[in-house]
Design a binder for this molecule. Structure first.
Ligand code: TRP
Length: 330
């Protein structure tokens, strides 16, 4: 099949994924694997930029996350699944790019400012965290990617990767294509408390949750505070459960909307219906997950194979980079 170009995208190994990650990134990745030559990376070094003091979980988090990728439909025969640290060329390119990247660009990075504030880093901000976008640029550029699918929050990083690539091409030779940003147009899924879904807020629904966990979580969702009894007319536009019906239950969503407004549908029944729909949507996911859980060696084999394939490409790009910079002494 004729491919449209090369894609790189990555996720920090945070362990099991929630349904927000699924709609934010994974569904897009699954679709793109049929259209582009894809490199999907477990960016374990990026995880260390903030999580450097507690690293015992990294390996397990990699396994759990990649099991989720595979169970969600990422096909290792169609794309290259790699671990960043297994392709050490990323680090060499990161070093070289760090030479040409003005510190001022990195200090301006709004994502960094937010992290320093949210994680209260101040004096503890590592040198590695400052260089986060440079490492990201090397992830992307080393495969000569034409496009990078990410969520909106990452767009400042992609802009920096483009700037760094342009700067390299300008100083030396035209080695890197300047990658386009592919924003996922997927709906934002709120957490069960209505806030942004996040693992740390403990308001998430994991792809791998057992049916009874899904039921309990859905039953604890926030609904319209003015609808206390079945006979109270509801306001679906403020209800978290309704948002979920919009995303997962397109077939019934309009009847649910009108029944809720007309006080014909109570919140408990509405939640029970949603829980069953959610449980159903991830049925085949759970089946596949069971297989990989019982065969974790397959997961590691896939990652080692993918990293090896990726490394061949990365090595070639680095040779071109060294030549362009006139530091290939042979
Ligand atoms: N920073 C990205 C995130 O947190 C992960 C990432 C690392 C990435 N390197 C990348 C994404 C390269 C796209 C391309 O989501």
């Amino acid at each position: 099949m004729l491919m449209k170009g090369v894609i790189f995208s990555g996720m920090r190994p945070t362990g099991r994924l929630h349904i927000g990650n699924y709609f934010g990134a994974l569904t897009n990745w699954v679709k793109l694997q049929n259209e582009y030559t894809c490199y999907y990376g477990v960016v374990d070094w990026h995880a260390l930029t903030t999580g450097y003091s507690e690293t015992t979980m990294v390996k397990d988090n990699i396994k759990e996350m990649v099991i989720d990728w595979l169970s969600a439909g990422i096909d290792p025969d169609k794309c290259n699944l790699l671990i960043q640290s297994k392709v050490p060329e990323h680090a060499e390119l990161h070093l070289l790019l760090s030479m040409i990247t003005p510190v001022a660009w990195l200090e301006r990075n709004p994502v960094l400012k937010e992290q320093v504030r949210d994680l209260d880093l101040k004096e503890n901000m590592g040198y590695g965290l400052l260089g986060y976008p440079v490492l990201m640029a090397s992830d992307i550029l080393i495969y000569k990617s034409n496009a990078v699918p990410v969520g909106e929050d990452q767009s400042p990083h992609i802009e920096l990767a483009r700037e760094i690539g342009r700067r390299f091409n300008y100083f030396y030779e035209n080695v890197f294509p300047i990658p386009d940003l592919i924003l996922s147009k997927t709906p934002k899924i709120p957490g069960i408390d209505g806030k942004k879904m996040s693992k740390s807020l403990k308001n998430d629904i994991n792809l791998s949750d057992k049916p009874e966990d899904i039921r309990n979580k859905v039953l604890s969702m926030i609904t319209d505070p003015e609808k206390i009894r079945l006979s109270d007319p509801g306001h679906p536009e403020v209800c978290t459960v309704f948002k979920y019906h919009e995303i997962f239950n397109q077939k019934e969503v309009s009847s649910i909307e009108s029944d809720c407004k007309k006080a014909k549908l109570g919140c408990v029944a509405c939640k029970k219906r949603l829980a069953e729909i959610l449980i159903d949507s991830f049925h085949s996911f759970r089946e596949k997950r069971k297989y990989y859980e019982e065969n974790t060696h397959i997961v590691w084999d896939i990652l080692m194979e993918g990293s090896k394939r990726a490394r061949k490409v990365a090595e070639k790009t680095l040779e071109e980079v060294r030549q362009a910079m006139k530091i290939d002494y042979e």
